[in-house]
Write a protein that binds this ligand. Structure first.
Ligand code: ADP
Ligand code: MG
Length: 424
């Protein structure tokens, strides 16, 4: 089977090797029935369901929370030459829907949001199909503790039972214990599952905290940073108004092309901005957390948090959108003491660190959460960066260069470093 997998990887996807966790997930789903795979953003979770689909009979149903994600994935499959992939949802006209329903048996991949899946017309047709694999992408949406909770995800288990599907693959980058347990309970109804989980540490992301005392300082820091540091870049703000203000400020005070993105825009506006950003037509996108889940833009060179993010998880997800191509990327948090909208945990653990650079907060040894591992890793990096006095942008670039060199040396020294570190 191994050889077969390798062959499909080369011939269909044109890749010569797997990224961390992919092969394990693929082997597991081919040999077992219930698999939860937790892999960092950008590891290539899509391949984990796409590849085995070609080695299984029947159709693959992929449930995904957003139409924009679905469209990206269909396009991605089409690039590999797959013609039998369809997105079924509200974007289709009545006639298009009827056409898809009439030809449903011809598809190898059906992508759908949970809301659309619950419609009787499509359920009834899917029931007649041989579903070889049922994929729940962004599976953390099932958890009320997750950052992207979607009530309709809670109903997926009953659909899976109803359809009598044997193989279920849940994919996510969110690894906290509560979310994991929620997925196990709500999606797999407490059944035995096979877990694949890899560290969320991303070796090519360099973390930095900039302590500033006023909004004006933040804006002028951004102006100077974004003018000098080449993008594309992403700036996260906690409020819609901030995204608009920052965007306006940057486009007014620099030559950069910027846009803002938040849930208050129409879906057409959002989709147009997303396309522009994906096509490198924007230098900087300023967004609320509404932007980004599952976005596959490889070359984001920096992610800046204009305020402290709401939670550690949100921070890891959002900063993790940078550097998916494996090249060096910067994550900067603009910290201002007055920014109060902060998750308690984050506040307690992280702010202690930011305010007092002279010590590291010890994390309990017996806590097995990968997020915490990652967190302590972040703290070390932050600590290293922040304890030196000079934080100018030129300096930052110098430092990054140095860190990259150090890392390369380290890599050369420890051959198994790659295995213990994130996605490279
Ligand atoms: P995730 O869902 O884990 O965030 P995606 O499935 O969107 O990641 O994939 C991220 C990128 O990685 C895509 O551009 C994809 O083509 C690429 N990719 C996936 N698998 C491999 C591989 N084995 N080798 C090289 N690139 C890969
Ligand atoms: Mg994905």
């Amino acid at each position: 089977m191994n050889e077969e997998i390798q062959q499909v990887l080369k011939q269909r996807f044109g890749f010569s090797s797997f990224k961390k966790g992919q092969e394990e997930t693929i082997t597991k789903i081919l040999t077992r029935n219930n698999v939860l795979s937790i892999l960092p953003t950008g590891t290539g979770k899509s391949l984990c369901y796409q590849l085995p689909s070609y080695l299984l009979s029947g159709v693959t149903i992929v449930v995904s929370p957003l139409l924009s994600l679905i469209e990206d994935q269909v396009r991605q499959l089409q690039r590999t030459g797959e013609k039998q992939a369809v997105a079924f949802g509200s974007q289709l006209t009545y006639q298009e829907k009827q056409w898809v329903l009439a030809h449903i048996a011809a598809y190898k991949f059906i992508f759908i949001t949970p809301e659309s899946l619950f419609q009787e017309e499509i359920l009834q047709r899917i029931r007649q199909l041989d579903v070889g694999l049922f994929v729940v992408d962004e599976a953390h949406c099932v958890s009320t503790w997750g950052i992207d909770f979607r009530p309709d995800y809670e109903r997926l288990a009953s659909i899976i039972q109803h359809l009598g599907v044997k193989k279920v693959l849940a994919l996510t980058a969110t690894a906290t214990e509560v979310v994991k347990e929620d997925i196990r309970q709500k999606l797999f109804l407490g059944q035995e599952i096979d877990l694949v989980q890899k560290t969320v540490n991303r070796v090519n992301i360099f973390y930095h905290v900039e302590k500033l005392s006023t909004v004006e300082e933040k804006l002028s820091w951004l102006q100077s940073f974004c003018s000098k540091y080449s993008g594309p870049g992403l700036i996260y703000c906690n409020t819609r108004r901030d995204t608009e203000e920052v965007s306006l400020y940057l486009s007014g005070n620099t030559t950069l092309k910027t846009a803002y993105y938040h849930g208050g825009l129409t879906s057409m506006e959002r989709s147009a901005i997303q396309q522009q950003f994906l096509a490198d037509e924007l230098d900087v996108l300023i967004a609320t957390s509404a932007f980004g889940m599952g976005i596959d833009k490889p070359n984001i060179r920096y992610v800046i948090h204009y305020q402290l993010p709401d939670s550690l998880e949100a921070f890891i997800q959002e900063s993790g959108r940078g550097g998916r191509d494996g090249l060096q990327t910067l994550s900067v948090v603009l910290y201002m003491a007055q920014d109060q909208k902060v998750h308690q945990y984050f506040q307690k653990e992280l702010l202690k660190e930011i305010n007092d650079f002279t010590h590291l907060v010890p994390l309990t040894q017996n806590n097995d959460s990968i997020v915490l591992d990652h967190f302590s890793e972040l703290q070390k990096k932050w600590y290293d960066f922040s304890k030196s006095e000079n934080h100018s942008i030129e300096n930052l670039q110098e430092k990054i260069k140095k860190r990259v060199e150090e890392k390369a040396e380290k890599l050369a020294r420890m051959e198994d470093y790659l295995d213990t570190d994130g996605c490279r």
